[in-house]
Design a protein around this ligand. Structure first.
Ligand SMILES: NC(=O)c1ccc[n+]([C@@H]2O[C@H](COP(=O)([O-])OP(=O)(O)OC[C@H]3O[C@@H](n4cnc5c(N)ncnc54)[C@H](OP(=O)(O)O)[C@@H]3O)[C@@H](O)[C@H]2O)c1
Length: 332
């Protein structure tokens, strides 16, 4: 690969794709050329990169000729169909969808945790709620060995893409104006509501989103013995996912130790001054790169357990930023 890369974004017009475009620009990623791909619906649309206008092209099997890095954010079906074409053309694929995450030959990477797994071919970006959780868990696992995680998520609508952002905006206006509310993206009204339902329900009673947190966490931390008990909830925030996490460890653990451990860990900002009402907030994490951790406290019911609250911008660290951080590692 050259020092500058020919880059393609498949799904450039979506919530994650747009964020990729802006992060490539703000991090001054070494882009030699940029190809923006989406469905036929968006072909011809103009998007801007570094002051230059680029026409969106329809994604086809021939879209990846001459491309070094193909960033995919167009859904699992599109990735399954087109990522192999991109690899065939010689590109490294970094895929945001769930299509290949659990394939044994595909690395599932969060650079702060397992950058060593990166290699050419297809590299999978984990699920957004898993990414922010494992960034906070990695230093704890290294020091105390994690046995079990109980996690509840409070996930923003931007995690469901552009249409969900528009739906929360519209429903909020309708509720406040006393108009009837229509739900299209979600099975129920999301405005001023919490839905304990993200992605489809599986036979075991959990949702696909919840099982992603179980399986992806084990793969990224390279430890199949870790037990994960998840509940994933969609809430009516636009940006940033929040998570309440209880971690049980093999070694005794204390809130004070975990606080200083996390303060020195990559990609983490500790915001934990409850006396001053300071703790991580979804609206503060929006637009930021780091994972924010606070409310770090001993589990009063178990000396080998700890509680904390984790917040990150799902479109950045949960998707676009993580993918571009992987791409940045390719040249190293
Ligand atoms: N949002 C998040 O926080 C998040 C986090 C982690 C992972 N992801 C994953 O990232 C992917 C994209 O999510 P998103 O939230 O950005 O969704 P989105 O806003 O709905 O955007 C979807 C993108 O895919 C394109 N697309 C859809 N069908 C296509 C087709 N047949 N051929 C070519 N392009 C097609 C769309 O193009 P048109 O505009 O032309 O329709 C659009 O650019 C999904 O796999 C999602 O699971 C999302």
């Amino acid at each position: 690969m050259s020092a500058k890369y020919h880059v393609a974004i498949a799904g450039a017009t979506g919530a994650v794709g747009r964020m990729m475009l802006s992060i490539l620009e703000e991090r001054n990623f070494p882009v030699e050329s940029l190809r923006l791909l989406a469905s036929a619906r968006s072909a011809g649309q103009e998007m801007s990169f570094k002051g230059e206008s680029i026409k969106v092209q329809e994604l086809t099997e021939d879209s990846f000729e001459g491309i070094d890095i193909a960033l995919f954010s167009a859904g699992a079906g599109v990735s399954r169909q087109f990522a192999p074409c991109a690899v065939q053309s010689g590109a490294v694929v970094i895929d945001n969808s769930s299509a290949f995450r659990m394939d044994k030959d595909v690395p599932l990477v969060v650079p702060e945790v397992n950058a060593h797994a990166i290699r050419p071919g297809i590299i999978a970006n984990p699920n957004c709620s898993t990414i922010q959780m494992v960034v906070a868990l990695k230093p704890i696992h290294d020091k105390y060995r994690i046995k079990r995680i109980v996690v509840s998520t409070y996930q923003a609508v931007s995690g469901s893409g552009q249409k969900a952002i528009a739906e929360l905006e519209q429903q909020s206006r309708d509720v406040l104006s006393g108009r009837p509310v229509k739900a299209n993206v979600y099975p129920h009204q999301i405005a001023f509501n919490c839905l304990p339902h993200i992605d489809v329900f599986l036979d075991n009673g959990y949702t696909k989103e919840e099982m992603k947190m179980v399986n992806e966490t084990r793969k990224i931390l390279e430890d199949d013995s870790i037990l994960v008990s998840p509940t994933a909830v969609r809430v009516s925030t636009f940006h940033s996912h929040s998570e309440s996490i209880n971690v049980e460890t093999e070694e005794p653990v204390s809130a004070e130790d975990v606080k200083s451990l996390l303060k020195d860990s990559p990609g983490i900002t500790v915001v934990d001054n409850p006396g001053n009402n300071e703790y991580p907030l979804a609206i503060d994490a929006e637009g930021k790169d780091n994972v924010f951790v606070g409310r770090i406290r001993d589990d009063l019911s178990n000396e080998k357990a700890i509680n904390f609250w984790v917040v990150a911008d799902n479109l950045r660290k949960g998707a676009a930023l993580n993918a571009i951080q992987i791409a940045e590692q390719l040249g190293r």
